[in-house]
Design a protein around this ligand. Sequence first.
Ligand code: ATP
Length: 492
Amino acid sequence: MAKQEEQQENVLFRNIISHAKEYGFVYQSSEIYDGLQAVYDYGPYGAELKKNLKDLWWQSMTRLNQEVVGLDSAIFMHPHTWKASGHIDSFNDPMIDNKDSKKRYRADVLVEDKAAEYEKNGEAEKGKALVEELARLLEAEDLEGVRELIVRENIVCPVSGTAEWTEVRQFNLMFSTKVGSVAEDADTIYLRPETAQGIFVNFLNVQKTARMKVPFGIAQIGKAFRNEIVARQFIFRMREFEQMEMQYFVRPGEEMKWYEHWRDARLRWHKALGIPEEKLRLHDHEKLAHYANAALDIEFEFPFGFKEVEGIHSRTDFDLGNHQEVSRKKIQYFDPEINKNYTPYVVETSIGADRTFLMLLCNAYTEEEVGEGDKKKMRTYLKFHPALAPVKAAILPLTKKDGLPDKAREIFDKLKYDFNIIYEEQQSIGKRYTRQDLIGTPFCIAVDYDTLEDDTVTIRHRDTTEQERVHINELHNRLAEATSIRNILESL
Ligand code: ATP
């Protein structure tokens, strides 16, 4: 990307961030105390959008797949969980400090950014070779080698502009705390860094009590916590975030078939949300995590480049096998079809709710020039899929008098049980339309003097600003048809 284009992209991202705050989607946590880094709160419209997104994921997992069931496990888990999962020993990021600015960076990210720079400047091969070299060094745990790579590539700190680097050190990403009322009895426990382990330790419970037969999946949505070294890009990388994970248990040897199945199913899901095909890509992992025999990311083109939104991992029997070993409890499945006991293999789909939220926001944010000549102006609106939009419709009486508010309230009261709608009577109708565009409401329903005569209203469509006249009795059906998540589920 040329420098100028890149700067414009950054302006776009800054606009999206301010929009998110100004229109009640996302706020910095504890803002009145100057904020807490990499922690965010969701405002009224953000909370609705996130809830719609989570509901959609949940339903596409559990309703469209009879063999996928849900779970809601606790954030706190027995400390041995994290020994078995490998998180205590190897959930580390290599970090490096700049001696002049005292800023801390992820060493691998510095190198990856450099590789991306090569790619942008038409030196893709050089970038690829650099990524491969980094992968080799990390695999060999050669941290000094990573440092040498940073120095060799002339990577400087963006703040101080110098290459005065410390050595590279491993930094564990788990947050710990103590349980127990008295200090002496206290035991260290961790805030889970992923929801997956709650699923693994419940494998037998779920399999037996819900009488599941391999292949089957367990889906869960919940908070996860990581002490990320570099917190940047808004809600892309947070210290407290939400994951939507599904672990699919399969017969050993069949994992690649299911890996491909879920890769395709998940890609279709992203497209069904309204994300254009050219903004999505698959990225195979160069360096496999300690538990995986195949892994890829689904990436979205954010204003700051293509980045991971979801990971699809073939985790082998690593997790169940290790929990069996550490807990000394047999975790096996008897497969009646082949008359054999085995530890199932796992294919997982792991997606961040917040990151997907950011993807939806970036994709929906639209600035368009409208009008002619002197009347030319910019129109900003959020073109969310109607099934995901935080507010489905706004009921707007043309004026505050002559019985129009009463009529509008009557309509509001009929629809409010089934749809998240807003009633608004302040300001001119034009301003109220604009306000709804800014929060992505797909339909505005205007109540005017004709409504009092013939029970018809005007529906204004967000994306086209076209208006049509419909009878009040049709409103419920029209909204139900346009905003149902069935529209998305049926296209999967
Ligand atoms: P990254 O390489 O970006 O750190 P990861 O590969 O560590 O991500 P996974 O462990 O595969 O991520 O987690 C699955 C998903 O959880 C990611 O695709 C992402 O959507 C989400 N996720 C992970 N870490 C964060 C975070 N710090 N903030 C927000 N979402 C996150």
